[in-house]
Design a protein around this ligand. Sequence first.
Ligand code: GSY
Length: 193
Amino acid sequence: MRRLSARLPPRVEQFAFLGLGGNLGDRLSILQRAVDLLDADARTRVDAVSSVYETAPVGGPEQGDFLNLAVRVATRRSPVALLALANAVESALGRVRVERWGPRAVDVDILLYGERVVRLPRLEIPHPRLLERAFALVPLVEVAPGQRLPDGRSLPAALAALAPIEGLTAVGTQVVAGAGGAGTGRARAGGPT
Ligand code: GSY
């Protein structure tokens, strides 16, 4: 099989799936701003947003509950360039990497990029802990029901393997794509394409 460079921009738009979560500040409005910033990127469009889930923290020190969601984006960014955008959104919303696994305003993780496999020192796709994390997998299935993992497994099958699922509650409020709230501007992510 031909290996594609994770740095080369795709010829046609690709669907990628991102997991967003945070447990500091006004969690819901930070998630909405993160979605707006992703959507404001010239090469990326947020195509679908999952429900918002309140989730018990997994790993790390004692900390508050997270809000998590997943988005499907259509993007002309390469996997590496999409990571640059995710990192730019985190920085714009005040993420400071103080403690690994610790509390954060927002984390933007690439969960899947189509059925691509990427193994780079700073980027692994599928996300290496995706299949262990209900807080990522449950919202992902909502926005990627027919999507397969690179090994051919379906996401609902991967989710069933996690059951029973605890520590996760759907929140009755929605984050929307294309809201483009005032002052979000366009995400100015530099970096490789
Ligand atoms: O990379 C995700 C950050 N994170 C989370 C999260 O988003 N949600 C929950 N519930 N626990 C987490 N632990 C980490 S690290």
